[in-house]
Design a protein around this ligand. Sequence first.
Ligand code: C2E
Ligand code: CA
Ligand code: CA
Length: 522
Amino acid sequence: MSIHLRKASHHVISTIRQSSALQDLLIWLVVTVLVSYFSIRYDAFESFHDLSRGHEDWQLDEVFVVLFFVGLGGCLFGLRRYWDMQTYSRRLHREADFDSLTQLPNSRLAKRQLNHLLTGCPKERYVIAVLLDIDNFGTINHLYGRTTADMVLKHVATRLKLRNEKSGFVARINSDEFLACDLCDGRLHAIEDYVSDLRRVENVPIVIGKYVVNIRFSMGVAVYPKDSDNPDDLVRAAYLALEQAKTTNGIDWYLYREELGQRREYREMLSRQLYKAILNNELFMVYQPIWDQKRHLCKGFEALVRWNFQGASVPPFLFVNIAEEYGLINQLGDFVLRRSLSEMKDKLATDQYLAVNISAHQFHHDSFVPSLLDTIKGIGFDPKQLELELTETTLIDNYELLLEKLHRIRKKGVHVAIDDFGTGYSSLSRLNELSVDKLKIDRSFVEGIVDGIKEQNIVESVVSLGRKLNMQIVIEGVETEDQMDTLVELGCDLMQGYLFARPATLDKIEPRFFCVENTTIN
Ligand code: C2E
Ligand code: CA
Ligand code: CA
């Protein structure tokens, strides 16, 4: 039940209780006044006494006994109802403050408890607030199912609670996010001790039925009063630190620093500017050829979006990420599709295709498929010449819906490629089920391909997997001849990278890339 729903139901019940009590009181008053009036006016009790004396055969005493028991029953019923109300109200209170799955305090109660901890914190002491996020929770959900994932959360909750029983508390803030708070002496080693103690929770795998589940946390840490003097800002600071821990490779916890707040402000400013830039059509597209080294021809182009802001080019991964975070991804995605399809429509040779990147948020939006099909139709682009590049993470959530969406897209002839293959999680059985057309092997495998046996093995395996599953393989980020030669030896035909061409605006693309016959790279 959402907090709003709980609040509302609680409010309704207390209003009902108040209004029915008022009604009861009014009725009781009216009845008392009426009874008193008639009994005085007609000497009711004397008449009743005389009547009963004269009609012994009515068995009035039995009638009174029955009335007495009915009254008693009524009283008991009333009392029961009152107790039920009390229990229900207590339960509602509990539900409003505690998470029903883990029985830990929820964010509402956590805020009050944190406030309590801050106000009661002795002068020479500090309060440490740690936000924990299970990194691999999406994968756990996906691999073992919802029920097992719920059990994992319960286990994590119990373990965290055991480590925080003394002066602090643990709460479940969000689906896989927990908040642990306690008093400490504020020195770095004390903070590190606290964090490593929490980390022990992930040391022992969680066994649920036949599954053995390993968990991994990222943590963001903020300290009162150094980082903030109130609960809201302290949790916000811990969030910013958590965000930093999650986005920095090789770092699994982060202590809040003021720059993080500034970084957030910078991102907020960029999001506002990006919104304006999209509205004012200030973004533009560049295209990078996808090269078939075996046949020496250009198979197609990948469309990449660009944004120049204050005289400098903003890195696409940064503003695409900001667009996702600030809810601008659909506008950005629409722009990319419309602009690239219209620009490329009359340029592509019949055998060439255009690959467009689709972000996870964009793909999962309800209106994605209808809007894509509308755009294709409106522009008159041949759907068979369009390929959507989706990342592995896009292909994890909402599996049923995902299959249905992919089916609708592919039925129209649009192709689908998995982008950055090898960096995320893809189960082989699913790969088969999804029946995508292409895998794009991530650039990171190319960097060390010339001497790296491991990289060579991976690429070779993916190439043979692609052959077996009837998928094409494209390898990205080819920068040198040596890399190209090694890749050709490993069986790769399709390549993309600075060696062949850098991404360029339409007018700067060399004409030979649009000509599919007998093209050579020099
Ligand atoms: P991506 O989809 O993996 O795009 C390939 C990136 O590799 C591009 O970076 C491209 O310029 C770069 N690249 C190509 N060849 C080489 C090479 O030989 N060496 C090196 N070092 N890099 C190479 P770019 O354009 O900066 O884009 C970065 C990421 O931003 C893209 O990664 C994609 O995830 C995202 N992105 C770019 N354009 C769009 C878009 O229109 N929509 C969405 N949703 N995401 C986009
Ligand atoms: Ca891509
Ligand atoms: Ca890629």
